[in-house]
Design a protein around this ligand. Sequence first.
Ligand SMILES: [Fe+2]
Length: 279
Amino acid sequence: MKIITIPLTQDFKQLERAMRGRSADPAHVRLTVGNESTAVVGPSGDPILVFLKQALPASLYKPALRDWWSAAKDDISNRFSAMATKGTPGINLDGTFTNRLRVPREILDVTPARQGIIGYSVANGKCYKTHLSVVHPELIDDHIELIELVDSVYKYHLPTMYARQWAQVANLPNLRIGRTAFSTGYFVKLLQCGYHPDLRNLRNVMSCIFSLGPFVGGDLVLFRWRVAVAYRSGDLLLFNPQYYHGNLSFTGARMSAVFYCEKNIGRCGAPGGLSENDL
Ligand SMILES: [Fe+2]
């Protein structure tokens, strides 16, 4: 494993918030990882990312691509930074504006980008199995070997972070995916993500992300560190999603699958905590 330490002079923390919703650009990149397995650590030694070259066998990810591609069919109406646009209020039935900002309808009408979410989530004080997993449990069941492989690679390379995440779900067998430390899986396809942090994720742990499909480009850029990861089908990236991240442009049919732990899942089922609904 190659290890690269980013010098303090290459920490652009002060600028990353201003990049929210903007598109990643090759001019933002000073270091590209992708040819070999590499760990990138910050000036204080904290892991920023671990890139694992060809960690996933085609016998597992090709069937997953087939099934997950067709399952990701929801509009991305709730992620305007990722959609690289400004949010606009929705309109209630009585003609008033909603509090929550949405991606403008005219953008949703033309974009091919779609998303889907499997596993478990938390919203409005309730913990629940996602609608996609209720209707299509096979999206997890048929690919549990792949998801558990991702989990075991994460555990092997980052055992301390993994333990922190596992502690959240260890006592919640109804709110985690199989025997993994993941509560949730997220699919997104045909989207060049604008810069954003993942605010729903547990802090101080990693997201496990891999891209699938025949595509060229789409490197994931972590603006703060000026690092890009050029990953292909079969590669696995563990990264801290609190760093603003976005993709370079790409051609082809590209999907990303992200497995992570929802930040509020540990409150589910606890005394005085959130209730488990619709499980
Ligand atoms: Fe993200």
